[in-house]
Design a protein around this ligand. Structure first.
Ligand SMILES: *Cc1c(COP(=O)(O)O)cnc(C)c1O
Length: 351
């Protein structure tokens, strides 16, 4: 094994920087569960302002943000409409079903972005048989950026169209904004501009923002007040959580502007991979920090390809039948070039 590993497995692999660790060490803390942790309060206020929402709630993970949001918006037996590969229905261990008792109406898309007509059709399927046989649509979820869609960005017009469609039926619209700030970087708009289109939204601090713990859900004062109860119920209310929230505040100050570098590195990787024999890049120009590609043209299984890469010191992952590489603050431009060299060697039949 080479002594350095290039961590393209996920943007969750980031380690707190020395500056972030110093901020964490210096954090003022209190009892978060009682609403008395000053650093958590500051973070919630800061995120509410960033997202242009009236209130925000600190939670330990993004998964819990979705769990709490779905629970707060819906009643058991409601339908939840989401893209068929959305994290909330594919990668949360069935939490929406267990905690909220919703049925899922998936929308089939290529990259996670659906149109108003597709949403319309999904809602029509749900109510095809009238109540009491059919069920109400309780919530529509969009994912910005769409993870399994390759870090795909919802353009504002597409969001406007689905928001209008949901609003026309008085169905709330929730955004899984795990990587919302990556989307904003790509779109060149503020987070509030995107968030204005949805009723609730959360951001994850443990993806490209590079903090070790934490996510913040935002919405109306009334929504957040109800969400707080479910946070307690699901065991998400903490004690001296300011140590973690301090890492998130540090990330907002230091790690947002640099997301553009991650996107440049992903583009560089995609361009380089496109030139390698046997590699087919799914999105030649990635929207954000993810590159999905097909390496089956090399005559190797995905597992074999990933193992050979790992032997060369490059970690990527398999996702949805493809290989996924994710850039983040612990991956430099030089690392991208080293990763490309490793892929070229595998393509040429070397180790
Ligand atoms: C990572 C991720 C989540 C879950 O966030 P955690 O903080 O890992 O629980 C939810 N949705 C999307 C799109 C994600 O990428």
């Amino acid at each position: 094994m080479p002594d350095t590993v290039i961590p393209l497995f996920s943007d969750t692999e980031t380690r707190p920087t020395p500056g972030m660790r110093a901020a964490i060490a210096a954090a003022e803390v209190g009892d978060e569960q009682k609403g008395e942790d000053p650093t958590v309060i500051r973070l919630q206020e800061r995120v509410a302002e960033l997202l242009g929402k009236d209130a925000a709630l600190w939670l330990p993970t993004g998964t819990m943000c979705n769990l709490v949001a779905v629970k707060t918006h819906t009643r058991p037996g409601d339908a939840l409409v989401a893209d068929w590969m959305a994290h909330v229905i594919r990668a949360e261990s069935g939490g929406a079903a267990l905690a909220s008792g919703v049925i899922v109406e998936p929308v089939r898309t290529e990259r996670g972005i659906f149109t108003a007509a597709e949403l319309e059709a999904a809602m029509a399927r749900v109510v095809a048989v009238p109540e009491p046989y059919g069920q109400p649509v309780g919530l529509v979820c969009v994912e910005q950026t769409h993870n399994f869609g390759g870090g795909a960005v919802w353009p504002l017009e597409a969001l406007d169209a689905v928001a209008a469609c949901a609003r026309a039926r008085s169905v709330p619209l929730h955004m899984d904004g795990a990587r919302l700030l990556n989307a904003c970087t790509a779109l060149g708009v503020s987070a509030a501009t995107v968030a204005a289109r949805v009723d609730s939204v959360w951001v994850d601090f443990t993806k490209g923002l590079g903090a070790p713990i934490g996510a913040v859900l935002a919405g109306t004062v009334e929504f957040i007040a109800r969400a707080r109860r479910y946070k307690q119920l699901f065991g998400g209310a903490m004690r001296q959580a300011g140590v973690a929230a301090a890492g998130c505040l540090y990330a907002l100050d230091h790690h947002v502007d640099r997301l553009a570098e991650d996107h440049e590195n992903a583009s560089r990787l995609a361009r380089g991979l496109a030139e390698v024999d046997g590699i087919e890049v799914r999105t030649a120009a990635p929207d954000t920090n993810m590159v999905f590609f097909d390496a089956s043209g090399l005559g190797l299984s995905n597992r074999e390809f990933l193992d050979r890469l790992a032997a060369a010191g490059v970690r990527m992952s398999g996702a949805g039948g493809a290989i996924r590489a994710v850039t983040h603050l612990d991956v430099s431009r030089a690392d991208i070039d080293r990763a490309l060299t490793a892929v070229r060697r595998i393509s040429a039949g070397g180790a």
